[in-house]
Design a protein around this ligand. Structure first.
Ligand code: ARG
Length: 589
């Protein structure tokens, strides 16, 4: 379906043209004075300069042309030269009816579907998921769903960190604790044990211990670096320990991501890029992009226009081992080969921005990434505690993701029990989980990704205000009216939406028409927060309408049936929006 704003603009353009003015002045927009009008065109002001006339004179002429148009309820010229528009109610109800009958509420699928890889999650094996992994998982998952909804082909890749120092650290610590294990015996020729020498919880204790020690003990750190290099060279014992780490760690990570309803199409990891490194490095040298500097192999990436000089991208360390950038670059080689994507989007902490600039420039310069492969960095801010510092546990430690989720579920459970709407404790627990996820995800996504935000348990779990639970509460309210009315589905032949009577009803219909443009903008700008603002407003206008309207006791049955259609549409639009944000609504709460 054509978007309402485009249709209005088309009408205003015709009027501008008929008066002899250039149509580029005729762009209409949503009103920023909703008390006065619904749409407005401010082009008369700019046109005034070009045509050396008073803006109000131009606005008056254009309005004159628009007056007979039955798309509009009112069209007014207002000083100094605004054109204020209200939409005709019959037109609006027909448009909304069209949305109800159309696929995806009239959203046009993208003209040129792209193949997009989204690299998000970024968990590191051997380390438990902590709150720092929450944002890339939540934002990336939503970007994946939004792009898919618009019609793009999207591949989500977790891109596990499994090839860096953390593995060397675990190996080193294990060696200290259990030197007797066969992995450390260089003369050992036999088969290594099938079972890992540690459990998940042991592993989760080993890594932080090793990491802490390496910060104090130079020798220890050197050893860990050595073990990392040995692993990357394919040394048998190191490889075997790495395999154990993967076997123990990956299922645990999966469990945690599942709990967040975050799913990946690919469970690839840094080590998968390893086989691509030698050829890639060879090519970079051969073509003269990479050169040696202080023993390391580097590629220059600075550009004239840089405000601050960008250091070269290090491709290999002096001991020949690879770095974070090496695997990221080799992963681009791999992705080009396996998927030939049009676009790769990385969702990572914004503190990695400079790093990704180096990687992207290297990739384009060395032609690892094709000219038509767009590389985009979506940097997210930090989730802070109420003290404004990165979120910590009460005793100042790193908060495990699973603990954070459990805390929110507990809080939600308390509130739901207070509401006393549940059949059983079991039900309340299940519902608490669903609502808790909305609290966490909406709390995150309603902020612009690049900004930091404060995780405020009280606020995020509130049923009022700009929160996930408020949105769910609104959906549940609609579901309950539909249930009492006895219509939870809409059949297409019964769709009849009457022209709105009251202002709140009209406001609701107008807000519904903004579904498609909102989705499109959120997709283009990679901005899930725009969907959050949209549904918050939609929930608000719905609730206003609900409080002013006695739906179930309405005696005019046609009117009542029309409202039910509006309710069905509102529910479906809200549910579609939360679906792309990555959570869902319960039936009761
Ligand atoms: N594992 C990395 C980290 O913990 C994040 C990975 C982000 N993705 C990437 N392709 N570098 O910082």
């Amino acid at each position: 379906m054509d978007k309402i704003l485009d249709i209005i603009t088309g009408q205003v353009q015709d009027a501008f043209a008929a008066c002899g003015y250039d149509t580029r002045y005729a762009q209409a927009g949503l009103s920023n004075r909703p008390d006065l009008c619904e749409f407005q065109c401010n082009g008369a002001m700019a046109a005034a300069k070009a045509y050396k006339k008073a803006p109000i004179a131009i606005a008056d002429e254009v309005v004159e042309r628009l007056l007979g148009n039955d798309m509009f309820e009112t069209v007014e010229a207002v000083k100094p030269g605004f054109i204020n528009i209200k939409l005709d109610r019959t037109y609006l109800s027909q448009y909304v009816m069209g949305m109800k009958l159309a696929d995806k509420f009239g959203l046009e699928p993208v003209k040129n579907p792209k193949k997009i890889v989204i690299d998000y999650g970024g968990a590191n094996v051997a380390k438990p998921l902590h709150v720092g992994h929450l944002r890339p998982a939540i934002i990336g998952e939503s970007l994946k769903r939004i792009n898919r909804y618009l019609g793009h082909e999207v591949i989500g890749d977790v891109h596990l960190g499994d090839w860096g120092l953390q593995i060397g650290l675990v190996i080193t610590e294990l060696k200290k604790r259990r030197p007797d294990l066969p992995y450390f015996d260089e003369t050992f020729q036999g088969e290594y044990p099938k079972d890992a020498p540690f459990t998940v919880s042991e592993l989760e204790e080993i890594y932080p211990a090793a990491s802490a020690r390496s910060k104090e003990d130079e020798e220890y750190k050197k050893e860990a670096l050595l073990e990392t290099a040995k692993l990357q060279r394919g040394e048998r014992g190191c490889r075997a320990i790495w395999e154990h780490i993967m076997a123990v760690s990956v299922p645990d990570l999966k469990k945690n991501y599942d709990r967040l309803h975050v799913t990946f199409d690919l469970w690839k990891k840094e080590s998968d890029a390893h086989p691509y490194i030698p050829d890639m490095v060879e090519k970079m040298k051969r073509e003269g992009y990479a050169y040696e500097s202080e023993g390391a192999l580097v590629v220059d990436v600075k550009e004239e226009s840089d405000a601050k000089e960008l250091p070269p991208c290090i491709i290999l360390k002096s001991d020949g081992s690879s770095l974070y950038a090496t695997t990221d670059l080799a992963t681009i080689v791999e992705r080009e080969k396996l998927f030939a994507p049009n676009h790769i989007i990385y969702v990572t902490d914004k503190r990695q921005e400079m790093y990704f600039t180096q990687v992207f420039r290297t990739a384009y310069k060395t032609k690892i990434a094709g000219e038509n492969t767009e590389l985009t960095f979506v940097g997210h801010g930090t989730m802070n505690g109420r003290d404004g510092k990165p979120f910590k546990t009460r005793d100042g430690g790193v908060m495990r993701l699973s603990n954070l989720i459990a805390d929110v579920e507990q809080q939600m459970y308390k509130k739901i029990i207070e509401n006393k709407n549940q059949a059983s404790e079991e039900d309340a627990k299940e519902i608490a989980k669903v609502v808790a996820l909305s609290a966490i995800k909406y709390g995150d996504l309603s902020n612009q990704a690049s900004k930091d935000y404060v995780f405020d348990m009280e606020r995020f779990t509130s049923f009022e205000g700009n929160t996930g639970p408020y949105i769910l509460y609104t959906i549940v309210r609609i579901k309950s009216i539909l249930k009492r009315y006895g219509q939870e589905t809409g059949t297409s032949d019964s769709v009849r939406i009457l022209p709105a009577t009251g202002e709140s009803e009209k406001g609701l219909l107008l807000q519904l028409t903004q579904f498609a443009p909102t989705m499109e903008t959120a997709c283009e700008e990679l901005a899930p927060h725009k969907i959050c603002s949209y549904i918050y407003e939609l929930a608000n206008v719905f609730n206003k309408f609900y409080h002013e309207t006695k739906i179930l006791s309405e005696e005019d049955k046609d009117r009542q049936a029309s409202w039910i259609q509006i309710l069905l549409l509102t529910r479906d639009v809200l549910e579609t929006c939360i679906e792309v944000l990555g959570f869902e609504a319960p039936d009761r709460m």
